[in-house]
Write a protein that binds this ligand. Structure first.
Ligand SMILES: Nc1ncnc2c1ncn2[C@@H]1O[C@H](COP(=O)(O)OP(=O)(O)OP(=O)(O)O)[C@@H](O)[C@H]1O
Ligand SMILES: [Mg+2]
Length: 230
């Protein structure tokens, strides 16, 4: 059960949206929304944050070691141990056959583990794939967004197209990191969400972003191109 409700906790959920290759995974790791030493659980069905020793590409999370698990039992056990240790960790659930059901199971586990005395960061990759409506999200996913704040959950949903995700996700994420968009509909949607001109969104390119802060009109452009400078 979610424990130690604390109404004073601020909503810190941050949504990341860009077309493929726009730099969502890079932003999740380097845009500064993640604590340096996080308690971090990821629904990572495509293994974007897998760590392989000596590998140029699979560099974990911001270069730090991650651990991935393919079954519910293995992930739940690893998560229980990691969260119980009170130490920072970065672990991923990477089911062999990713489905909405798997995502909801993962979210339910996060909700049950949440504790208003401790921050738990939760990444959900390719969120739109696991959603079947753009209306209100009443599931364990929705619960993490609407009720999670008071129990220390910080959600990091990642998706390519904002027009394909439930409105709960955008409405409950006071921080939004917007990269290069693929369709005019998505660009228009994010321009409206951020309170900027659609031209500002259309001008974004790979690894450049606009960050929307909680206050309406508070936006800042930034670039992460330097991450891969040698
Ligand atoms: N290890 C790396 N070395 C060099 N460049 C990289 C590396 N990882 C990512 N990039 C660059 O950053 C860009 C964005 O990658 P990222 O994985 O963040 O995209 P994404 O938005 O998550 O895409 P997708 O929707 O396909 O998952 C890539 O197109 C690539 O140019
Ligand atoms: Mg990605």
């Amino acid at each position: 059960m979610a424990i130690n409700k604390n109404n004073r906790l601020k909503p810190l959920h941050c949504a990341y949206t860009a077309g493929t290759g726009g730099g969502k995974a890079v932003a999740v790791q380097y845009a500064g929304m993640m604590p340096k030493s996080p308690c971090l659980a990821m629904f990572d069905p495509y293994g974007d944050y897998v760590y392989k020793t000596g590998c140029e590409y699979d560099t974990g999370f911001a270069g730090k070691r991650t651990y991935h698990y393919a079954t519910r039992a293995a992930f739940a056990e690893a998560f229980k141990n990691a969260w119980g240790s009170k130490k920072p960790f970065r672990i991923g659930y990477k089911p062999e056959n990713p489905t909405r059901d798997e995502m909801l199971w993962f979210c339910n586990l996060m909700w049950l583990a949440s504790d208003g005395h401790r921050r738990l960061d939760v990444v959900i990759e390719e969120l739109a794939k696991w959603c079947d409506s753009t209306g209100k999200e009443q599931s364990s996913l929705g619960q993490c967004f609407t009720g999670g704040r008071k129990f220390g959950l910080v959600m990091h949903p990642v998706f390519q197209r904002s027009t394909e995700v439930p409105k709960t996700i955008l409405a409950m994420s006071p921080y939004k990191i917007v990269g290069m968009q693929e369709t005019l509909a998505d660009a228009t949607r994010m321009a409206k969400e951020c309170g900027v001109d659609v031209q500002d969104i259309l001008a974004l390119e790979e690894l450049t972003y606009i960050k929307k802060n909680p206050k309406l009109g508070d936006v800042e452009p930034f670039s992460l191109k330097h991450v891969f400078d040698d």
